[in-house]
Each structure stands twice: as structure tokens, then as C-alpha cells.
Design a protein around this ligand. Structure first.
Ligand SMILES: [Zn+2]
Length: 379
């Protein structure tokens, strides 16, 4: 997705965006800032727009309705154009991973994935295959933070995930404590619970909230004409108020993950014992290897959570909030079958697997444990 060419093209959360722009215009943007919001809310996009506003050679200003000065960016100076090259993060990360693959084994181990398209701006994505922010990455950040910017006014570091390895989080604390005056650290997080309290307490927090489903459906009608109305409505609900997520939502991939998740639920629904595990184990078996398996597992767990939450909504008499609207009949039957306690326990078990995966436990192990848990708690 290309970067919005102005702040006005950034969808949603206008008050938050304006106060951040006003802070930049006054030279008062907090040096350590958490951009907090659901996946797809535009955290990465906004972090780059703020970086552009900090670094643009032309420093244009706009006036807010309330008279405040708002920082903006020109979009065509040498700083703007180079920073904007970081917009397609997935491709940049793939390139960095590919060049690491070509290294000698000994160098490979020491090389962490970083994205840099401007000398004063460093993007720190979760390092594959574990997809955690690692010590080597934070060490690089700290080293770079010691030198003055060379081609712009500030050094900006964007950490795109809050999933840190412990040593990495601890070492980040030092720079958060006393960041040099020219340094800005933007940390993107889906929930504050992922972060050490000591990190949270050293950062300002800007919240990006969810948008109403109708607003997202309207946005989709304009930006994704290939989707029909049913697909737009489903995508709007599944993306849970996150414009960016809706715009890039892959309905086919989600449907595949959800089918597997439904198989798990049906297995649990019908199983009288361990003999019915074979489908489930066959399925998780195909997920085990490599980064693709990790992606599929994450998608499966997300789909499973989303189905279980919908079942809870049905059980609680809130059918209008169900997201998987095309599976309502199926979900209603499951809602009638499963006990509330079972669902609650299953949701907790899935949370545990997800945080286990973030902490880099053996994925297949925790998945199998989840399968057993789902069986065990049914009765
Ligand atoms: Zn510019």
C-alpha cells in the first residue's frame, strides 16, 4: 500500500493525529512515544507520516480549525522521498531477510533485520523467524542514537512490534531513560500488556481507536472495487475497525484459516474421546515447518479466537456484534452446544498459546497442548 500523500488522506483518529502534528510544530513531540492500536489501525503508516513531518526539508505548516499550527510534509524533498521508500515494510523486510540468507553462516548469526532508506531513520521490525525484537537490533539502535543526524533534524527509530526478547527490552530501557535531544523513538503496540511496565512508564502513549464498520465498508467501496457488498460487509466486520487491515484484508486466506478453525471446533463438538483427534493433529502437523507455518498458525489462532468470541456474543444475546456474519448458522449451533465455561476456558487457552508463541516456546508443542486442552475442557 502506498503511503498517504498528506495527513488528510490518513483515515480515522483525526484528534490524535492533529495533536501529534501540533506537538511536532511546537517541537514538543515526546521523545519516546508508543502508538497504541489494533492491528491495521495505521500505526506504521502514521509513524512514517510523523517521521516525514519531523524530517521534511521544507517543514510546511497547516492550520487546524482551532487555530493551532500543524506540522506537515512536502512529499517531494530528498528526505521525504527516501523515508517514503520504507512504506512497503513487508517487501523491505523480505529483501533484508534474503540478503541475510546469502551471508556466510557465521555472519548470518550476527546479522539482524533492519530497514533503512534514509540515513537518519531506522525501522526495527520483528526479526524472523521468531518475529521478536532482538538484542542485536536494539544494540544497533543504541549505537546509532549516539551520533547526531547527518541529513535532517532528528534521528527517528520506529520499532514496529512490542514483542521483545527480554534482553532487548531491558537494553531499550537505558535509551528511553535519557534519550538524546535529537532522538525520537516510536514504538508500535497492539496492547500495553505486551510491554514491560518500566518501558510503558517512560513513554507517552497515543491511542489509535477502531473505526465503525459502516465507515470501513464505505472506504472499501471506494478503494477495493473488486469486492461485492457481502464481501465488503464481512471484511469491514472482520477487520475490527482497522482501516489499514480492511484495505489489505485477504478474505480467501482468512476463509482458509477459518475452515481449519471450524474443523477444530467441530472435532471438539463431536468428539467423545481421543480417537477423534486425528483430523486435528493432521492439520496442525502440516503447519509445523518454517515461517510459513508460523504465519498459518497465527492465522488459525486468530480465526479460532474470532469464532469463539462470536459464539460468546451469540450466547450473550448480542448477535448484531457477530463478525463472521456468513457463518451465523454454524456459530448459532455451536453456541447452543458448548457450555459458556468451555468457551471461556478455550479463549484463555488460545491466549496462552499466542503469548507462548510470542515468548518463542516450541510452537507445535503448545498447539498440541491446546488441542488436548480443548478436548479436556469440553466435558
Ligand atoms: Zn519534504
Amino acid at each position: 500500500m502506498p503511503l498517504p500523500s498528506t495527513f488528510a488522506d490518513f483515515t480515522g483518529n483525526q484528534p490524535t493525529v492533529e495533536s501529534l502534528r501540533a506537538a511536532i510544530a511546537l517541537g514538543r513531540l515526546p521523545h519516546s512515544l508508543i502508538l497504541l492500536g489494533p492491528r491495521g489501525a495505521g500505526k506504521y503508516t502514521l509513524s512514517l507520516l510523523l517521521t516525514l513531518a519531523l524530517e521534511c526539508e521544507n517543514q510546511p505548516r497547516e492550520t487546524a480549525p482551532d487555530g493551532r499550527d500543524l506540522a506537515a510534509f512536502c512529499g517531494h524533498c530528498r528526505n521525504c522521498t527516501r523515508i517514503a521508500e520504507s512504506a512497503d515494510l513487508d517487501t523491505k523486510v523480505e529483501e533484508a531477510v534474503a540478503s541475510r540468507e546469502e551471508m556466510r553462516e557465521v555472519d548470518k548469526k550476527e546479522t539482524r533485520v533492519l530497514v533503512q532508506t534514509h540515513p537518519d531513520v531506522l525501522i526495527v521490525p520483528p526479526d524472523p523467524p521468531q518475529l521478536l525484537i532482538k538484542l542485536g537490533q536494539i544494540r544497533t539502535l543504541i549505537n546509532r542514537s549516539h551520533t547526531l543526524p547527518t541529513e535532517s533534524r532528528a534521528k527517528v527509530f520506529v520499532i514496529t512490534s512490542a514483542a521483545f526478547m527480554k534482553e532487548a527490552a531491558n537494553s531499550l530501557l537505558k535509551v528511553l531513560e535519557e534519550p538524546p535531544p535529537y532522538v525520537h523513538i516510536l514504538l508500535l503496540a497492539e496492547n500495553l500488556g505486551e510491554l514491560l511496565p518500566t518501558i510503558r512508564s517512560r513513554c507517552a502513549v497515543a491511542h489509535l481507536g477502531a473505526l465503525p464498520a459502516e465507515e470501513i465498508a464505505t472506504l472499501l467501496a471506494a478503494r477495493r472495487p473488486e469486492l461485492n457488498k457481502t464481501e465488503r460487509d464481512l471484511t469491514a466486520r472482520l477487520s475490527e475497525g482497522a482501516a489499514g487491515r480492511a484495505l489489505s484484508f485477504n478474505l480467501a486466506e482468512y476463509a482458509a484459516a477459518r475452515n481449519d478453525a471450524l474443523t477444530i471446533l467441530h472435532t471438539a463438538e463431536h468428539s467423545g474421546g481421543l480417537q477423534d483427534h486425528s483430523t486435528l493433529f493432521r492439520m496442525t502437523e502440516t503447519y509445523r515447518a518454517g515461517a510459513e507455518g508460523q504465519t498459518k498458525t497465527t492465522a488459525l489462532l486468530r480465526a479460532l479466537s474470532s469464532l469463539l468470541e462470536d459464539i460468546l456474543l451469540l450466547q450473550n444475546g448480542a448477535p448484531d456484534r457477530v463478525r463472521n456474519i456468513d457463518k451465523r448458522t454454524d456459530l448459532q449451533r455451536l453456541a447452543d452446544t458448548f457450555a459458556f465455561d468451555w468457551i471461556e476456558q478455550a479463549v484463555r487457552a488460545i491466549d496462552a498459546v499466542q503469548s507462548g508463541m510470542r515468548r518463542n516456546l516450541l510452537r507445535s508443542l503448545s498447539l498440541d497442548a491446546l488441542a488436548v486442552e480443548l478436548e479436556g475442557t469440553r466435558r
